[in-house]
Design a protein around this ligand. Structure first.
Ligand code: CP
Length: 320
């Protein structure tokens, strides 16, 4: 069977998660983000590509990285960007999610970037209103732009993602980052190993084709990438692990444990970090850490997403 040209495009598509994004769509984002990263490195960063377009950042949960990088991404591409922080909006007067979305829609915006505490909120928004919806995190479900920036960061350092051993450590149960990483990495052919307390491991997660370990050391053994997740106290009931000290002792990633991974293993964390809990301070900013680079790459990936959902895609070689 020969190779044919196939048009891959994200134009007009909602970005709700990586579970249903194709490998070619993800590669399109990663390739476009590489070009966008070049713009971030310039002295004058602004380009007119999205001039006349408007983007609303609608955040029902706190954020530093995602909200700021979507804002900068839109501004660097020439769009008008408005932030709605719900604590300072009519949501506090009782306005519903649907009415908030419809209010924003009536203003004629092109993209709504939305973070919400409820799983499925982005999907709901995509059915409720016409602007493109980009999910900036919906409860413990998905965080697609984080998943894509993690793929980008690994690809940039390691090249091909196929057959890499990626260890994802910590609070898998409450982590939308873990879910988006699992779907994205699987499609790229990586081998995924999860470890964390049993109480923070989703039931039946082993059925999605990942390796699950009780001991963090087993997941770290020979890993190419160590992605450390934040303990999400705000989503947890009490008692899922004995104490912060015990968690750090048994599951925290420190120099000694990291030594089990390959010597050139990447240390990743989506942020914000609980330093001294899931990650020891000395490895958070070590030579192996790409945590700061992840933040920069997040800006490039979000520029790519905004560009692609409004402007289109490109030809890809695909098997017929
Ligand atoms: N990684 C991440 O989503 O960070 P923020 O909550 O700061 O956006």
């Amino acid at each position: 069977m020969g190779l044919t040209k196939k048009q891959v495009t994200l134009r007009g598509k909602d970005i709700l998660g990586l579970q249903h994004m194709t490998t070619q769509e993800m590669l399109l984002v990663l390739d476009t983000a590489r070009e966008m990263k070049g713009i971030i490195g310039r002295d004058i960063k602004k380009v007119p590509t999205l001039r006349g377009k408007s983007i609303i950042n609608l955040f029902f949960e706190p954020s530093t990285r995602t909200r700021t990088s979507f804002e900068l991404a839109g501004k660097y591409l020439g769009a008008d960007v408005v932030n709605i922080t719900t604590s300072a909006s009519s949501v506090v007067k009782g306005e519903s999610l649907r009415d908030t979305l419809m209010t924003v829609e009536a203003m004629g915006v092109d993209i709504i970037v939305m973070r919400h505490e409820a799983e499925g909120a982005a999907q709901y928004a995509s059915q409720a209103v016409s602007p493109v919806i980009i999910n900036a995190g919906d409860g413990a479900h998905e965080h697609p732009s984080q998943g894509l920036l993690d793929l980008f960061s690994i690809r940039e350092r390691k090249g091909d993602l196929a057959s890499l051993k990626v260890a994802i450590i910590g609070d898998i149960l409450h982590s939308r980052v873990a879910r988006s990483n699992i779907w994205g990495l699987q499609k790229m052919g990586a081998e995924i190993h999860l470890a964390g307390p049993q109480t923070l491991m989703p039931r039946d997660i082993d059925k999605v084709g990942v390796f699950v370990h009780n001991k963090v050391e087993e997941a770290l053994e020979g890993a190419d990438v160590v992605n450390i997740l934040r303990i999400q106290r705000e989503r947890q009931q009490k008692g899922l692990f004995p104490s912060a000290r015990e968690y750090a002792r048994i599951f925290g990633i420190n120099k000694e444990r990291l030594a089990l991974a390959k010597p050139d293993a990447l240390v990743m964390h989506p942020g914000p970090m609980n330093r001294g809990l899931e990650i020891a301070p000395d490895i958070a900013y070590s030579d192996q850490s790409v945590i700061q680079e992840q933040v920069k790459n997040g800006l490039a990936v979000r520029m790519a997403l905004l560009f692609l959902v409004l402007m289109g895609g490109k030809d890809f070689e695909a098997t017929a």
